[in-house]
Design a protein around this ligand. Structure first.
Ligand code: ADP
Ligand code: MG
Length: 618
């Protein structure tokens, strides 16, 4: 017999499981049955190709035995089993502990809702919610001799030889005093019916099968009740809520497909859980061939839960060869297009409910636009943004924008900002408001990349309003006499522009007269037609994260020749040039801030005080 310490994270995890999880303990059984079922699925898959399977004739099933007097619960499966090494590794460490915040996230989630621990893939340790001592006897399908793993869940576990076992795993839970009810038949039967009804292997409770084994996705829609669908979702998604959307479809040509896909209500990634695993399992003729398949749907649809079953796939396909299998790629395309079409239909049916979805999962579709060229056209119809015409918090589609466009407008405009108020107070929307042209507000860092990737919609170019070459005078309206009179006359303005170029030489690429500022004195625009200020900000942040030097490209400063401040500046540059230079630098910094770009706060504050001193007459 050998004694082993649990990995440090595992110890902490066990501590959380044993000491903080008092409610909803029932879920421990779901976790253990799901492990047994996984082991059976693996066995079924292996036996398709493997030559030598130990105990090959033993039926694939789960048995549960109870002893009310001894207060024990025993779960037996005839799955792949574990070797000595596997016992040590699988039941001593946490495989996918992922990020460093894993345990903190888990502790928090456990306090909120114990059901969430299933999402962390730490299911086995849930046994210690109800058991003071857990014994795992296991024999691998490779036929090597069996072993026994024992632990009380505190610091360590032991592993010893255990000869004479059949293939598979036997878990013996010695129930804690306050958990004796888990050795009673009615209790266990109820839990199985609630959580494990769809396990695709017989579950025998004291010799009697208690679940009905069925592949719900192969049945016809009309025969399946809402309840059955929801129960299946809970089973397949390890979920406790109800799905937000459901798509069940079958096709015969060009490929035979049965798919049942669910959109959950919550986005676990946004709740701090780290990147979620793909939630769709790939089956062939009801046999699981790829659990949490990363191949059957694009990565950006990883939030979906469900099943794809296709008879066209070869049963004995290996997981590695799924990756570049032409048939799998074809399936992926068909199913993805079908799902995006489904979303479009849902949006048409009920835009409000679609917006609920969009608010929760829109970020994934945006990821799709920027990472996957293949579905851009479909995705462009599904994206939503706020705009100068949309209500606060009620984003609009690009198609609706196009419907509202004036007859002579051939461009869709957008501008990035932290929020609606900041954008509306900024310089970029002034001319749009004056001319009554709708402008989209992009408020997430990824948004400008999304619109940039799309490039156009419905034949209309997508253009950021902070581009230097933006021209809103296309509709032919001329500058009025009044507007001309208001402006700095051309000689003085030429001199001012030259002076500004010289003064701000290190900061700007060019200084130009603005044709689109109404009230603000100045604004920053991007001479590089591709990058927007928002994109630059995102890239600067990622350079900073990587410890790379910042590389801000030089921008153009547009100035408003009708602004009293600019007009006064022209005179000041002659009467008090050093002070005028401070004012110019401040105008530049202000414009940078309004563009959401970074300025040196120390330098700016110091300069600002100088200007204030002058203003109050120090
Ligand atoms: P997960 O199921 O998410 O991998 P668990 O904590 O539930 O995490 O289980 C850890 C690992 O232990 C499993 O991945 C599997 O390799 C192994 N395991 C657990 N139960 C069994 C079982 N009944 N038969 C074979 N292997 C098992
Ligand atoms: Mg598990």
């Amino acid at each position: 017999m050998s004694t082993h310490e649990f990995q440090a994270e595992t110890k902490k995890l066990l501590d959380i499981v044993i000491h903080s999880l008092y409610t909803e303990r029932d879920i421990f059984l779901r976790e253990l049955i799901s492990n047994a079922s996984d082991a059976l699925e693996k066995m079924r898959h292996e036996s398709l190709t493997a030559e030598d399977v130990f105990d090959a004739k033993v039926p694939l099933e789960i048995s549960i035995d109870l002893d009310e007097d001894k207060h024990t619960l025993t779960i037996i499966d005839t799955g792949v089993g574990m070797t000595r090494e596997e016992l040590e590794k699988n039941l001593g460490t946490i495989a996918h502990s992922g990020s460093g915040n894993f345990l903190a996230d888990l502790a928090e989630a456990a306090q909120k809702d114990v059901n969430l621990i299933g999402q962390f893939g730490v299911g086995f340790y849930a046994a210690f919610m109800v058991a003071g001592k857990v014994t795992v006897q296991s024999r691998s399908w490779d036929g090597s001799e069996g072993n026994e793993w024992v632990s009380d869940g505190t610091g360590s576990f032991t592993i010893a030889d255990c000869p004479g076992l059949h293939r598979g795993t036997r878990l013996i839970l010695e129930l804690k005093e306050d958990a004796h009810e888990y050795a009673t038949k009615w209790k266990i039967e109820n839990i199985i019916k609630e959580y494990s009804a769809f396990v695709p292997f017989p579950i025998k409770l004291e010799g009697e099968t208690v679940n009905t084994v069925q592949a719900i996705w192969t049945r016809s829609k009309s025969e399946i009740s809402e309840d059955e669908y929801n129960e299946f979702y809970k089973f397949i998604g390890n979920a406790t809520d109800e799905p937000q959307f459901r798509l069940h479809f079958s096709a015969d040509a060009p490929l035979a497909i049965n798919a049942l896909l669910f959109v959950p209500k919550e986005n676990f990634e946004s709740m701090g859980f780290g990147r979620v695993e793909s939630g769709v399992n790939l089956y062939c003729q009801r046999i699981l061939i790829d659990q949490h398949s990363e191949n059957i749907l694009p990565e950006w649809l990883r939030f979906l839960k469900g099943v794809v079953d296709s008879e066209d796939l070869p049963l004995n396909i290996s997981r590695q060869s799924l990756q570049d299998n032409a048939l799998v790629m074809k399936l992926r395309k068909v199913i993805t297009k079908r799902f995006l079409k489904f979303l479009k239909e849902e949006a048409k049916k009920d835009e409000d409910s679609y917006l609920d979805f969009w608010n929760t999962f829109g970020i994934y579709l945006k990821e799709g636009v920027t990472s996957d060229f293949e579905f851009q056209k479909e995705l462009a119809e599904l994206v939503r943004f706020e705009s100068s015409r949309s209500e606060d918090g009620k984003p609009t589609s690009l198609a609706e924008y196009v419907l509202r466009m004036g007859a002579d407008q051939d461009t869709i405009y957008y501008i990035n900002g932290a929020n609606r108020a900041a954008i509306e107070a900024g310089p970029y929307v002034e001319m749009f408001n004056k001319k009554d042209i709708e402008i989209i507000y992009t408020m997430e860092p990824i948004d400008d990349f999304v619109l940039n990737h799309l490039g156009e919609f419905d034949g209309k170019k997508l253009v950021s309003a902070d581009r230097a070459d933006l021209d809103l005078s296309a509709d032919g309206d001329k500058e009025s006499q009044e507007e001309k009179d208001d402006k700095l006359e051309s000689g003085a303005s030429g001199e001012l522009i030259d002076w500004l170029k010289k003064t701000l030489e290190d900061q700007v690429a060019d200084v130009i007269e603005s044709k689109r500022l109404v009230d603000s004195p100045a604004m920053i625009v991007n001479p590089d037609g591709y990058m927007t200020s928002s994109m630059e900000r995102v890239m600067a942040a990622s350079r900073m994260e990587k410890g790379l030097p910042l590389e801000n490209s030089k921008k153009n400063l547009e100035i408003n020749l009708a602004s009293p401040l600019i007009k006064q500046l022209a005179e000041l540059s002659k009467s008090d040039e050093p002070f005028a230079a401070e004012v110019a630098a401040q105008i530049y910094d202000n414009a940078m801030i309004q563009a959401g770009l970074v300025v040196d706060p120390m330098v700016m504050v110091e300069r600002n005080y100088k200007i204030l001193n002058k203003a109050v007459g120090v």
